[in-house]
Design a protein around this ligand. Structure first.
Ligand SMILES: Cc1cc2nc3c(=O)[nH]c(=O)nc-3n(C[C@H](O)[C@H](O)[C@H](O)COP(=O)(O)O)c2cc1C
Length: 307
């Protein structure tokens, strides 16, 4: 059986690395400070004067006991907990692991204030950035891979042969809106299929290339007779501030064949992308009755504009 490539698994693997790397390092450092609070195990005796600029220094920073406890509780144990959660496939590990990247950056900010600028602080600040970014990527990929939509959940689709909903969708977000629209009116549904690679990370960049140039992406032959329908709703994602390449090809083929058109545009941001709707009108050769512009980052609808 072909193994499905999971971007979440890759990001999760990297996050486990970061949480273990930072967690084990912090626990080891904290252990050295607690075993020898004078800092002699790590050759840090000479650094204590730098801590004296911190609040309550006369109580907390006369040796490495408090810094050791703080290191253990802030960076050590929480990172190991995040690693354990990630290894046990718990989603909380993603949020905790990513959040601890920010914690590490804040910790190093304190070190930036008290120590002269040095290589180790810069390196660990960079590790914090990488850990936080890895956590965010894992969270996004997890949401993307868990997003599912099935035509079986929309029983009224296809009960009204006078209406058609056409869509192209990479991740399923536009598909969901298309199916919801068809469910409301009983319309039939047609999926535009492209012959190019659109799935996964490479597919994303390939689509971006088409989007950037405003190119039409080759599609499989259109198998619906568009002139048979009283109303056609065309649903398109936005690619690089414009129309998605496969929908551009479809609209070209649909020129002069659609009696009455509506458009649904889906995108990540809160912009309306009226320019994409105008391009669709130009390509099909007629004006839309209604354009619905939906922001749906990661498939969650956060805004809608109708014009
Ligand atoms: C190559 C590419 C470029 C994109 N450019 C934009 C953009 O400029 N603005 C925006 O809001 N969303 C942009 N997006 C996000 C998609 O429009 C959005 O995630 C859409 O809901 C995806 O629908 P789908 O899952 O049905 O393909 C882009 C997505 C891709 C793949």
């Amino acid at each position: 059986m072909k193994k499905i490539h999971s971007r979440f698994s890759v990001a999760r693997g990297f996050l486990i690395f970061w949480t273990l790397f930072i967690g084990i390092g912090a626990v080891a450092g904290a252990a050295c400070m607690l075993i020898k609070p004078d800092g002699s195990l790590m050759g840090m005796q000479g650094l204590l004067p730098y801590f004296q600029v911190l609040p309550l220094a006369e109580i907390l920073y006369q040796d490495y006991l408090f810094p050791g406890i703080a290191l253990l509780c802030v960076n050590g144990l929480p990172n190991l907990l995040a690693a354990a959660l990630l290894l046990r496939q718990r989603k909380a590990g993603v949020a905790l692991g990513g959040g601890l990247g920010i914690t590490l950056m804040l910790w190093i900010c304190i070190q930036f204030v008290i120590f002269p600028i040095n290589f180790l602080d810069i390196a660990f600040f960079s590790f914090g950035i990488l850990q936080a970014v890895t956590g965010y990527a894992a969270w996004v990929f997890c949401r993307q891979e868990q997003f599912t939509v099935s035509a079986a959940d929309y029983p009224h689709i296809g009960t009204n042969p006078k209406r058609l909903v056409v869509y192209f969708s990479r991740m399923g977000y536009t598909k969901k809106l298309a199916l919801e629209q068809a469910e409301k009116t009983g319309a039939e549904v047609y999926e535009i299929q492209t012959t190019e690679r659109t799935a996964g990370t490479l597919g994303f960049w390939w689509c971006g290339r088409y989007g950037m140039h405003g190119w039409a992406m080759p599609i499989k032959p259109v198998t619906v007779e568009l002139s048979c329908y009283e109303q056609v709703v065309i649903c398109s994602p936005i690619w690089v501030f414009g129309l998605a390449g496969p929908v551009r090809s479809f609209c070209k083929e649909a020129k002069g064949k659609i009696k009455s058109a509506d458009f649904i545009l889906t995108h990540h941001t809160r912009m309306h992308y009226a320019g994409a709707a105008r391009e669709m009108e130009r390509l099909i050769g007629s004006s839309a009755n209604r354009v619905i512009s939906v922001s749906c980052p990661l498939g969650k609808q956060t805004g809608i504009a109708v014009f």
